[in-house]
Design a protein. Structure first.
Length: 313
């Protein structure tokens, strides 16, 4: 039994690494929790939502669904659960990743909805990656999901078409070398606005607005982090004409601050009580972790380059 579990773990790891390569399959991993600022019980609660989403992805889509799991979508599960307060199942279980000790898991109707959106976004992103860059692993993964995606499209036809069009528009804009920062970010912003609004109700407009700003934030954070690497590799990056300008880091941070300020204002208007502190940890602090790490890395590299340049003179 133990050997079988170890084989399953190794199989899961290999599939995950091969499919994810260097880039995420669907989302980007910027909307994360700031773990050091949480109490143990708060972090356990966060992980229970993450594991719940992983569980639903496995139940509905198998390993092919699990490898698209992201922290960004975990945030959406918590946000919509806090807003709508659906009946939530709590259990403790083992899995391939945690074969020895049981871990807490929370699942509800929101988890199922987010799992569908997670797979849908991963599918369309992989289709575009294959069209644009001929990445064979992305073609393979999209084919694995194609049957399930048809069912999701039948369940959410308007959302599916809106996401497809937005990601297709993003692909076209990047091919054309779009230099307008707001326009380039608007496509993924549209995707997030569609995904965030789970229902047609009194909160739809607020969630769409929040999703739009959050989508811009995610897209531009990713562009900032990858700017130099993309330029060296000859890949598109919306900041390619800005990266060598004085004050580039402060410029990016001011743009991102404005977007996140809008997100937070909308969030604070939502009647969320139970998960409010956990969500504040993410929106006020967690979303900045990777940006700050990338900023510090850029400053360090520039400093080293300056020192090396001084020695050579």
């Amino acid at each position: 039994m133990r050997k079988k579990i170890q084989k399953d773990i190794e199989r899961y790891r290999k599939i995950t690494e091969k499919l994810k390569e260097k880039e995420p399959l669907g989302m980007y991993g910027y909307v994360i929790v700031n773990k050091p600022e949480l109490k143990f019980k708060e972090y356990d609660r966060y992980r229970s939502y993450y594991c719940g989403l992983c569980d639903i992805l496995r139940e509905q889509y198998g390993i092919r669904g699990q490898v698209s799991l992201s922290y960004d979508m975990t945030f959406l599960v918590i946000l919509l659960t806090g807003l709508y307060e659906p009946q939530t199942a709590y259990l403790e279980e083992r899995c391939i990743i945690h074969p020895v000790a049981k871990h807490p898991v929370r699942k509800n109707e929101v988890t199922s909805y987010v799992a569908d959106m997670n797979v849908l976004m991963a599918y369309y992103k992989c289709v575009d990656d294959w069209k644009d860059e001929k990445k064979v692993t992305r073609l393979t993964y999209s084919r694995l999901l194609k049957g399930q995606v048809k069912k999701i499209c039948g369940k959410y036809p308007q959302k599916a078409e809106a996401i497809r069009q937005a990601l297709s528009g993003l692909s076209a804009a990047e091919k054309a070398g779009e230099e307008n920062i707001d326009r380039a970010a608007s496509y993924f912003a549209t995707v997030m606005s569609v995904v965030m609004a789970m229902k047609e109700d009194e909160w739809t407009e607020e969630l769409q607005k929040m999703g739009y700003q959050l989508g811009k934030f995610i897209y531009l954070c990713d562009a900032y982090e990858d700017a130099e690497e993309d330029i060296k590799a000859g890949r598109y990056n919306v900041f390619c004409t800005h990266v060598d300008q004085p004050g580039f880091d402060a410029y990016c941070e001011s743009i991102l601050n404005a977007m996140m300020a809008d997100c937070v204002r909308i969030f604070e208007r939502l009647p969320i009580v139970e998960e409010a502190q956990l969500l504040r940890n993410i929106l006020y602090s967690g979303v900045w972790i990777r940006f700050q790490a990338a900023k510090e890395k850029r400053i360090k590299v520039k400093k080293q380059e300056g020192e090396n340049s001084g020695r050579s003179v």
